[in-house]
Design a protein. Structure first.
Length: 174
């Protein structure tokens, strides 16, 4: 019998996220200079920071190469940021090896076909609700939120709440 996604949440220690379509809404604003501008949700950033502060790993694997994106994520404290990753399984294997992870401890959130190989390996494959059908079919959890609209916060908050590490964050801050 296949486990429900809620039964998998207690084992998660590592979050891996795609950027475009997950941390952003997938839209690009093209400036006259040719610069590509993306929009990220601060609630996602806040949740990633809480997860890091609670000892979870947060990693990024993206096909994009925008250095401003890397700077924003690094400012949150994320150290494992892989940009320009077109074969994402290579970076996934590097993360698993670097931290000696079991697949059941990894949650991956992606939204499009390049994410599929990693999603087929992890303990909990997830996606925003506007992911392409192939990714939705491969996901054990589909957020009720779209990419760039808090789907990352949604999944992080669920994991931390199940593990009793969401509310104690606020208690520690009081």
């Amino acid at each position: 019998m296949e486990l429900s996604y809620k039964q998998l949440l207690p084992k998660i220690s590592t979050f891996i996220f795609d950027v475009d379509g997950v941390l952003t809404n997938g839209m690009l604003t093209i400036m006259p200079s040719g610069e590509l501008v993306r929009h990220m949700n601060v609630k996602d950033g806040y949740a990633m920071k809480i997860a890091l502060n609670k000892g979870f790993r947060v990693c990024i694997i993206s096909g994009g190469t925008n250095q401003a994106v890397k700077s924003r994520l690094a400012a949150l404290g994320i150290e494992d940021i892989y940009l320009g990753a077109h074969d994402k399984i290579q970076q996934y294997n590097e993360i698993v090896g670097k931290y000696n992870l079991s697949t059941e401890n990894v949650l991956y959130m992606g939204d499009d076909i390049p994410d599929l190989p990693v999603m087929q390996k992890v303990g909990l494959a997830s996606c925003p609700n506007d992911a392409v059908p192939e990714i939705q079919n491969a996901s054990k959890y589909i957020s009720n939120l779209k990419g760039g609209e808090g789907c990352v916060r949604d999944v992080i908050e669920q994991v931390l709440k199940v593990q009793g590490k969401w509310n104690d964050y606020f208690d520690a801050e009081a």
